[in-house]
Design a protein around this ligand. Structure first.
Ligand SMILES: [Zn+2]
Length: 188
């Protein structure tokens, strides 16, 4: 599926129950500037619509809704997550730990998105001894180098603090290694 990680999470949040910018921000952790950017693109692609309304205290507020097309994309994506989950289960059942690790490196968002879209949940991962898929290896978001316990790590917060451009698709749960973070500094 060739759709951006953040696009899919925003559409997903809208399909679940988000209605305002604040709701989407809470659910996805995407910062306002990027969020407004993406919402603009999603609206011109007719995947969402927005209307101006009035909030609880009479203030003007934008309400956002997913369209039928947008909703279809999410249905398809959830279907896709189910097939990927089957693959994970098959690797795990066959004891193919190396293939599983490689799969997770190639698809860094997959398990997080499975939880986000409620394809699986944490207790299920626990029962199957697969919690390491989420917590096990902490890899640099950009170069996939392993980040050890004592390695310096940089989050979206650090990027914002220094005014660096956040790599596309990076979430609040992701980290960068020092050299990838330094590279961002060179790209301002
Ligand atoms: Zn890195």
């Amino acid at each position: 599926m060739d759709i951006d990680h953040n696009d899919i999470r925003i559409l997903g949040a809208l399909k679940m129950d988000a209605k305002t910018l604040g709701d989407i921000k809470d659910r996805t952790g995407i910062n306002s500037e990027e969020l407004e950017n993406i919402l603009g693109i999603l609206e011109s692609s007719k995947l969402i619509t927005s209307t101006a309304g009035t909030g609880l205290f009479g203030q003007s507020k934008i309400f956002i809704k997913i369209t039928e097309n947008g909703s279809g994309i999410i249905d398809e994506y959830v279907e896709f997550l189910h097939t990927k989950w089957e693959e994970i289960i098959n690797f795990a059942a066959a004891g193919e730990r190396e293939k599983l690790d490689q799969f997770m490196i190639d698809n860094p968002f997959l398990v997080k998105n499975m939880i986000f879209f409620k394809v699986i949940d944490l207790p299920l991962l626990g029962r199957l001894n697969l919690r390491f898929l989420l917590e096990g290896k902490n890899l640099c978001y950009q170069c996939k180098k392993e980040l050890g316990r004592f390695t310096q790590k940089f989050s979206i917060k650090d990027c914002n603090k220094f005014g660096f451009k956040i790599p596309s698709g990076m979430t609040v749960e992701d980290n960068l290694c020092a050299s990838c973070f330094d590279n961002l500094a060179n790209n301002i």
